[in-house]
Design a protein around this ligand. Sequence first.
Ligand code: BEZ
Ligand code: FE
Length: 334
Amino acid sequence: MLKWLFGQKTDGASGGNGGGGNGATPKKPAPVVLNLTPETVVDAVLEQMSTTPDPRMRQIQESAVRHLHAFAREVNLTPGEWLQGIEFMTKVGKICTPERQEFILLSDTVGLSALVNLMHDKTALEIATDTSLLGPFFRENPPRYPPGGQICKDISKGELAIYGRVMDAKGNPLAGAEVGIWQTASDGLYDIQSMPNGEMDARGVFTTDAGGNYLLRTVMPLDYSIPMDGPVGAMVRMQKRHGMRPAHLHFLISAPGQRELVTALYMSDSNYLATDTVFGSSSVDLVADPITNDPNCPLKGIPAVRYDFKLSRMSEADMKGGRVGSDPGAILKN
Ligand code: BEZ
Ligand code: FE
């Protein structure tokens, strides 16, 4: 179409009487234009973007454009549908705050976060505990507790003990490792959701002893819904999904020289293990089954989960690769 239009203009400029080339006016060369079809527009874009100096950036951006174009062609995207997508992404951006990262939630609900984590696991130097989503409720600088400390203010519905060891990939205990835990409190909510004044609850950090042992008290986590009051919730509802996550405990475990482990333990009796809305419960190795009278647990009279965590040696790439997941507060700082 464009070519046809420009072609007409060229012909006009060369005489206007339909003849042209009669010797009176020298013939102008035809203007060079983008000669685009739905199939070739992608190459025109890639050609312009090929000047991106950073090779990794270039690779990522080129691939994203190629796939975006292929997607639009595959579904024959209409202008109205394209605008709907733009409106959706605008709503996702508008609802983001330092406490709420709707883009991460979007990434989670379409399985992109899980995919990135699964690929990251494969780059570990050694076989370690599987990772799981950091999720949007991680917070920096939680309170520190001594061994056996209770991280929840309300224990009226019963307690849960968690204990075990933190080891390197060969099974050697890691003394002085930090075991961070966060979860829903007994009301089924994270502190960020129920305590708007910034108070912390149901989260803490413990340090392993000389034998790599950790021991903590908490409450039983509950199945709970991802935040459904924003555009991602609307999308999940429109897709007729339940929006639930299986009951889980988050862990962030670190030790000098070891790859940081971001993981979670999922409760075996949850109704949503196989249909987690954010695809975090993807490993059977991360399913925990609390035992009522565990003779080996140092804390008596409460159900207990024993779990040993294994860390992989840190690689050079790990040092600059970033955390598996992200602290929403850190994103807006940059
Ligand atoms: C969570 O672990 O709590 C979570 C993870 C992803 C999205 C929403 C919640
Ligand atoms: Fe969570």
